[in-house]
Design a protein around this ligand. Structure first.
Ligand code: ACO
Length: 695
């Protein structure tokens, strides 16, 4: 077994070798009664072919499944690496204590009735025992653990799961059982399945990082319902593809109603941001997740160019559409295609990609075409399509493709989609068993290739270097002074000053207490915007406290009087301190903000600004801290990104937007929320035109 301790990626929190590569397993709660969970787990361990020692523990029975039982873990006269515990909740802590004293390295607690049932204290007790003895604790409230390389199936799920390259980590035990059955039916091989239940100790991060070093795991698939500690999760290092299926689109916790940023920061979007930032692929459905997992075990896909071989024009067109939709492009090289594929098809076949071998194409034609194609470097992935006909044998076609793929050394990604009845289904199963992902739908095939291409893009993307600097002292002083005065928000000119001190460019501006002072200070600022300054008015436009494009003194005077009148009518109790005069900045309106997510802590938002930020909700997030590279990706995540890049002429200045997104992180921990809306961005730079800072 590998020693615990440091790895190339830093200290591992707990050694999980005891869980996956135990020399001996104790099954606590092993019953002779086949209706009990403990019986079925013991049966799976024994009949699954686990090669190490197995010690059933049962207070009453003498023997179970022909194995001598022990009354307790302490009574086992041999070392025990791993204990599976399936006894009533009240007895689990005492059993774990015994395990700790015995030197057990890992325990899996199947038992329910802990935090999920409100019994939080008892669960904390289990975690404390695990920590005291350095044991890894999986669960409680779980299905168990499967690890194919050790032939260990310590679950009460199906027994006949095939081994393969996917490790499945599931928060839900029931779903894990269901999906084990599905995996068996769909010939989806798995190297590991870990049900993590209440995650009192071992969680997604531990497992993903463990599998980084496990040669048997090519892809980790995680089913997640929620996180206990988002900031710890953000430290997860991944070196292999991780497919994340996160469900439960929960609302974010309470937040200040006064902020646009807060009102848009739906927690699901923040989870989305977290996965992107970590380089994980987020799937929407189980089918998608499993399809992707199959494809991600293929050789790398360095580009997005695809070649399609088919026996039907219609399915070829469908596949072309799905490929385009998924951002994949069909190889377009007429000469090479004609030269390569003409010899293997009838005169009425088509050598335009999709290569149409036509409906009569049998296994020999598919094999020849596949053989010619798979050795070429002209494209990045091969998609084999088949529509079932009575004159062709899908299984023979699948066998031919698989044989040629092996002969060519599996040099590039190959997936298949076969449409038909039972015979096609058999061919699909055959291909999946041979490691050629095969699907019943062309959309699934295209989506899987897209996942593979995405993983290549993620793994070769530029590394981000998070910036963790603090707000300058003067900015802290302004914030603290406002707090001392009992205010819940900074005044506009204070907010502008704080942002400027942090490195956010702001347009030239001035504060004026009355009209005379405004006339004086406005001279250097025309054209300008005038905004009411009052601690009681947060939504200035709603109060009639904003006038824009003021060009000269007479317009200033006129708009000033009108503003004072409207504001005093709409918010009669407001204490008016004066007006802020801000030089009009030109450019595309964007918005940025900083708020706090209950799970991930400080997050930064970016989107289009002005009224669009609320109307379109086209915003994206990143978890603080992040650097310039990630800030650039955040900007690229919004759907309207092409507007920033010069749609109809005007273009935003991305570098200065990046600067703003990096700079506002300095306020994390110091203030509650920052909302900059709009930022005006043009070739001249990006400027925070209006900002609110909530304490
Ligand atoms: N030491 C040794 N043996 C013990 C001990 C002990 N401290 N305590 C009990 N035993 C024995 C019992 O005598 C019994 O053996 P027997 O049948 O020979 O008498 C055996 O261990 C099991 O104990 P029971 O008291 O019979 O408990 P039972 O098996 O009925 O239930 C269980 C235990 C399964 C852990 C139950 O408490 C539980 O939590 N069930 C839910 C499990 C679950 O659903 N987990 C989540 C999975 S994921 C999903 O949602 C599907």
């Amino acid at each position: 077994m590998m020693p615990s301790g440091k790895t190339a990626e830093g200290p591992r929190r707990k050694n999980l070798d005891g869980l996956f590569k135990p020399r001996s397993v104790a099954m606590v709660g092993a019953s002779a009664d086949p209706h009990k969970i403990g019986h079925q787990i013991l049966r799976n361990i024994v009949e699954g072919g686990f090669a190490g020692e197995v010690y059933p523990v049962n207070a009453c029975a003498e023997a179970v499944l022909g194995l001598k039982t022990f009354p307790s873990v302490a009574a086992i006269p041999h070392p025990v690496d791993f204990a599976v515990i399936s006894i009533p909740a009240t007895a689990v802590a005492a059993c774990m204590e015994e395990c700790g004293q015995k030197g057990v390295q890992a325990v899996a607690v199947i038992t329910s009735g802990f935090a999920e049932a409100g019994n939080i204290e008892e669960e904390h007790k289990l975690k404390a025992i695990a920590d005291r003895y350095g044991m890894a604790l999986v669960g409680p409230n779980i299905l168990g653990v499967v690890y194919s390389p050790s032939r260990l199936n310590a679950t009460f799920g199906p027994r006949d799961m095939a081994s393969g390259g996917t490790a499945f980590v599931s928060q839900s035990g029931a779903l894990a059982i269901g999906l084990m059955g599905w995996a068996v039916m769909e010939k989806m091989g798995m190297s590991a399945l870990v049900s993590i239940g209440n995650k009192a100790d071992v969680d997604e991060r531990d497992l993903i990082e463990y599998f980084n070093h496990d040669e048997h795991v090519k892809v980790t698939l995680v089913y997640m319902e929620g996180l206990k500690n988002g900031r710890d999760f953000m430290q997860t290092r991944i070196s292999k593809p991780v497919v994340m299926l996160k469900v439960g689109r929960t609302q974010r916790g309470a937040r200040a109603a006064a902020s646009h940023t807060g009102s848009l920061a739906g927690s699901d979007q923040v989870f989305d941001a977290a996965f992107r930032q970590l380089g994980m692929l987020r799937a929407d459905t189980f089918r998608e997740a499993f399809n992707w997992a199959r494809a991600l075990a293929l050789p790398p896909m360095p580009g997005r160019k695809v070649l399609i071989i088919t026996n039907g024009g219609g399915i070829g067109v469908r596949a072309t559409d799905e490929c385009e939709k998924a951002g994949l492009h069909l190889l377009d090289d007429p000469e090479w295609l004609e030269e390569t594929f003409r010899p293997v098809m009838p005169s009425y076949g088509s050598t335009k990609n999709p290569i149409d071998l036509t409906g009569g194409a049998a296994a020999d034609k598919y094999s020849q075409a596949f053989k010619s194609a798979v050795i070429s470097d002209k494209f990045d992935a091969l998609l084999v399509l088949y529509c079932e006909t009575v004159i062709t044998d899908p299984l023979a076609i699948a066998q031919g493709v698989s044989r040629e793929y092996e002969a060519a050394g599996r040099r590039k990604p190959v997936v298949a989609a076969m449409v038909g009845g039972e015979r096609s289904r058999q061919a699909i199963h055959f291909l999946n068993q041979q490691g050629v992902p095969a699907f019943t739908s062309v959309a699934d095939a295209a989506s899987s290739l897209n996942a593979l291409a995405q993983w290549h893009e993620i793994s070769s993307r530029e590394k981000d270097d998070p910036e963790c600097s603090q707000a300058p002292r003067e900015a802290v002083r302004i914030v603290e002074q406002a707090r001392k005065e009992g205010r819940s928000a900074l005044l506009e000119h204070e907010a502008r000053q704080v942002l400027e001190l942090c490195g956010v460019p702001v347009p030239p501006a001035a504060f004026a207490r009355d009209l005379d002072e405004a006339k004086l200070k406005a001279a250097a600022l025309y054209p300008l915007a005038m905004k009411i300054a009052s601690p009681q008015i947060i939504h200035k436009s709603d109060a009639g406290g904003v006038a824009v494009n003021i060009r000269d003194e007479s317009e200033l005077a006129e708009k000033y009087s009108a503003m004072m009148k409207t504001v005093s009518e709409r918010v009669p109790d407001a204490q008016i301190e004066g007006v802020n005069l801000v030089q009009m900045a030109e450019g595309i309106e964007c918005a940025a903000g900083l708020s706090s997510d209950p799970q991930f802590g400080p997050v930064v938002m970016f989107g289009l600004g002005g009224v669009l930020v609320e109307a379109l909700k086209d915003v994206a997030f990143r978890i603080v801290p992040f650097g310039r590279v990630e800030a650039g990706r955040l900007i690229g995540d919004i759907k309207a990104r092409n507007i920033l890049d010069g749609f109809r002429g005007a273009r935003a200045d991305r570098p200065s937007l990046v600067q703003i997104l990096c700079a506002i992180q300095k306020l994390a921990g110091l203030v509650k929320e920052v909302d900059i809306n709009p930022i005006r961005s043009s070739e001249k730079g990006s400027f925070a035109v209006d900002a609110r800072i909530i304490l």
